[in-house]
Design a protein around this ligand. Structure first.
Ligand code: DQA
Length: 144
């Protein structure tokens, strides 16, 4: 559906709120879902937020976003960002725009986080803004 935004979250993001809060903040993924739904209502957009610790689920959901005619995908692929050629290929394989999101700014952290396979194919990247970054990305998706 053209008014739906898929918000796909990768490994360990189910633990947001208690996971390294000094880096990722204290909001849970449910808190983020609530924020996105409120803003989505204002924008006339439906939010479909999912999380998986499994790479293939994210690949399948990217394909599904295209098959279902989603307007855009917000993708925080977490650690798969830095490893997954499968996600890079999946983003390239679909025409649905994908906006990369990270709570932290991986480019200022350990060197192994500096490469982003997702970023090689994403329409744009929002990072380092904490949970608010998801809202910034949703606003960007609304403008597409
Ligand atoms: C993250 C950054 C990644 O480097 C890390 O592996 C994560 C979360 C972020 O949102 O800041 O799990 O994507």
């Amino acid at each position: 559906m053209i008014n739906t935004i898929y918000v796909l979250n990768g490994p360990n993001l189910n633990l947001l709120g208690t996971r390294e809060p000094d880096i990722y903040g204290s909001e849970t993924l449910d808190d983020i879902a609530g924020m996105l739904e409120d803003r989505g209502r204002e924008l006339g957009l439906e939010i479909d937020l999912r999380q998986s610790n499994h790479e293939g689920h994210l690949v399948d959901w990217l394909h599904e976003a295209q098959a279902e005619g989603a307007k855009a995908v917000l993708l925080n692929a977490a650690a798969f960002t830095h490893t997954s050629i499968a996600l890079l290929d999946a983003i390239r394989a679909i025409s649905t725009p994908v906006i990369e999101v990270h709570l932290s700014d991986p480019t200022t952290r350990e060197e192994f986080r500096h490469i982003s396979y997702v970023g090689m194919a994403a329409t744009e990247t929002v990072q380092g803004l904490g949970a608010k970054g998801y809202l910034v990305a949703l606003d960007a998706a609304a403008r597409l």
